[in-house]
Design a protein. Sequence first.
Length: 685
Amino acid sequence: MKNILPATNVATDTPLERVRGIKLSYSDLKSLEFGATGHAVVPSDQRGSKENPTSEEGILVDFDLLNPRNKIVYIINSKRQVSRIKFVKSNISKQSLLALQSDPFNMLDLESNVVSAAVLSPEDDVSNMSIKVATRKFGEEATRESCISELQNMTKMNVFKFVKPKDVKGKIYPSKVFLKAKYTDGKFSKLKSRIVLRGDLQKVVDKSITKSPTIQRGSLNTILSLNKLIKGEIYSADIPAAFLFADLNENIHMSLNSEMSSLLLDNDPALEEFTDNAGRIVVKLQKSIYGLRQAPLNFYKLMRSTLTDIGFTVSSSDGCIFSQRRGKEVTMIAIHVDDLLVSSNSPTQMNHLKKKLSEKYGELSWSEKEFPYLGMYLKRNSDFSVDVDMTAYSLNLVEKFADVFVDYSTKIKDPSDLKLFQALSAEHQEAGNSNDSRRFKSIVMALMYLTNVRTDIQKECIILAMMANNPNETAWNALKRVLRYISKFPSCSINLGADSTELYVYSDAGYAEHYDGRSHSGMFITLGSNGGPIITKSKKQTLVTQSSTEAEMLAFTDAIKRAFPVAKLLVELGFNDRISIIGMQDNKSTIHLANAGEGFGGKAKHFRVRYHFLKELVAEGSLKIVYCNTNDMIADVLTKPMVGTRRMKQIVRIMFKGDEESFKKANEEALSRVQSKKEVSINRR
């Protein structure tokens, strides 16, 4: 079918969109091949006139690897190439193929080998849709079925009861409906609806009644690193409609939107007595519906009660960590909202856990050994260590911000050069355009989330964040370089696996690296001499120091404080008898001052406090400070500009214990996994 309607009426809709009511997404490209024939939607600026068809028969000859939407198609009839088009694969006429084979320009060899296109999945295009958008994209029937299913589920779970508007005292909050497309093997299967209360309209005086605990990065990495020590398996489970299991003890009323109200009234006209003046049905909430500010905390309390009743103990250092130990059998649970991560070496404890959770929350779908979790992908290796990568997130990020770094042909081996800190100085000397700051901040925050795994860009992201308020040309160039670096190296994994429970803290400082005389701190916290990154941090120091020793002291005390919750967690999990930290330091003067607590003379009070803080820890046996040669200081790369082979060697030491061969292999496997579509593209929650 050829779309020959006027361009002004259909914009850039393809025949697929006109017939199925769905826009093209990456899943439609999974079987796309060079040499494939089909219909190309020609951009308006390449059509020539409005009378020309919006789509023409063509053959795919190329596409941009960084942006697969930007494909190049050879139009058969007019013998020309068009770019930035959408392409619908189909079988075109034999006459058109004969015309192509007789093409004097010989633009494509049909006998050449066919190369498959590797692309990502489409969730980002069809998430959080309104009913109107979902209807336009997927049709009225699929949208209606999804909304009815959501109402039936809420009725089954007794989420609300109908009330007459005149009986309500207080505010009635409006609601919204969001829909998300679900895919199976890259093909659309159904829509999932969710009714959400407008929690942004809630006025909360005391935030302590709405703030829910979230797992700390150090705690999560500790659980994964300990998996090697206990020789355990890793599991994950997501609780469907989790918040709806939590009771709500407050009087909160909500009105269903007009579409949902109409569906209920069509089924039962008697509900009209519960409608307001706008025809929307009013309800009193009995469960913690999504959007409600109290919902995450209410569900956390419910889950905590469930796990403690089963026999798990909650950690006091991180309320999202639960554990159960019986002799050598150990099960550790990390929860983040409604996502569970479990590390266990006991099949008995796991079976009991699964049974009890199913009784409480219904049948759960469990994954084990390798699976996506919180935007990361976890894989348990044969030695029980765990590889963690964010390859799918990296590729999505590159795709999303491809317009920022148009010139991606420049060869980039490092995310920054040796003038990294000078770029920050230039930003203060020459203010940029504050109107660009929102876009700049958006990209930097997306990169900052990536640093949960990608330690190789952590220092650069901190510098970019410092330039975000008024980004000038220097700032944008630094940002583009990081994006180009990620586009070239989208996969960069970390390996977590402890050989001992000794907590090592590597700390370093780059003296007076910043334009205002402040130094730059870096820390690397791990289990064993190097069991993978538990916590990494790169930051500008808040104080001006007068010597490298003072800068090192500042960085060292900050690192030890960050290590304390992890040290306490190891004790609570039963791996250590007491808090014990080994501090690795390459400055002998700092070691002397920390041990002796002397030499501060007339310096400020806050420095004296730091000296005595370390001295007391050493005296009570909680801290042992060990000299580390500068060449062995793992945190060095987080404190100063570094490029080339030297930088890469340090990055591999931080992220993969210095094993370059395994590091390369893990990255190749992660990239291959994403490109072969075994992993669905993951967006930041």
